[in-house]
Design a protein around this ligand. Sequence first.
Ligand code: SOE
Length: 407
Amino acid sequence: MDSQHDAPPLGVGMVGYAFMGRAHSYAWRTVARVFQLPVRPVMAAVAGRDRAAVEAAAHRHGWAAAETDWRALIARPDVQLVDICTPGDSHAEIAIAALEAGKHVLCEKPLANTVEEAEAMAAVAAAAALRGVRSMVGFSYRRVPALALARRLIAEGRLGALRHVRAQYLQDWIVDPEFPLVWRLQREHAGSGALGDLGAHIIDLAQYLVGEPLTGVSAVTETFVRERPLPAASSGLAAVADGAAPRGPVTVDDAALFTGRFPGGAVASFEASRFATGRKNALRVEINGERGSLVFDLERLNELNFHDHTEAAGTAGFRRILVTEPEHPYLEAWWPAGHGLGYDHTFIHQARDLVCAVAEGRDPEPSFADGLQVQRVLSAVERSAAGGSVWTPVPQPDGDRVAVAPR
Ligand code: SOE
């Protein structure tokens, strides 16, 4: 019999089953078939408010049972790990309840809608960790093999002292002003707009790749379309004007642009937008150091471009590393070299890293403390933009404010 079948079970319960829930379900279904794991994830139950819809989702995505109340899901004895795939306004309540009930937690990004919520979550997570209860934030792009390789190369000093971080995350799905006012465009549900949804990813990636937290930011944000038609199912958000379809205010940013500084001296620029026509899911990062540069583009996610500036100038230049060799991060379990991976694999790698940490009694990364740090940057960006792009320090993980003024 396959050793996986002998591994002890780890019951997983998931809350929410929309886009992220589908991606996570796929990962939970697949992870033990690809990686040799010390525990065997069992898809015990999924929770959602609508009984018919959640039962259909359970059936379709492979969950053994369905619950209509997330509290019932947490209380199930066959659930040891709670995977939170809901909008940000419910993350804190669900995560704290699960951790206090002794259940490990995977929480989708951004960790919360406010710094206060994230602080509470990080405090509960730190206390839970002392009891062996683990928590992790779903910054899935850390699990792109090329980006994990970039991290490895930077940590090995292959770029030398870092000078520039240039990060963009661009989409275009709400360019049409008639696109409805979905939850992602409402501050009370999403916390912020492109900033928290897309900017959170590139903030986390930049901090992960550099290995340092941002010390401060200067930002502009913009909401290009300020009113949108209400989604068919919602009501009570706005008045009907002269027989027109009811509309409601967009209460989040459509785009956020900001600069930042790292303690080691690198300067950074970030751009997150849902209005970059033609850009569907374009996440790009370039890092320049004194000894070389790295470039990553999610649309070519099996590749990492590397320029070694210590090579002779006559032949130096960017070269493409095809990140599909067995020695590359995560690749030992996949296909022969050259047979690339995709967006979906990042969620499988995330599930693998989490269950290994749980089984081995380690704290996984990114931790809730890392999620809190990203939340502090998001908040600093909003405060900077509101104050006319004023330089805004980011409180540091040790609690001290690092007073870094722009030079
Ligand atoms: C937004 O469109 C979104 O789905 C993000 O919420 C995800 O985190 C990202 O992976 C893809 O884009």
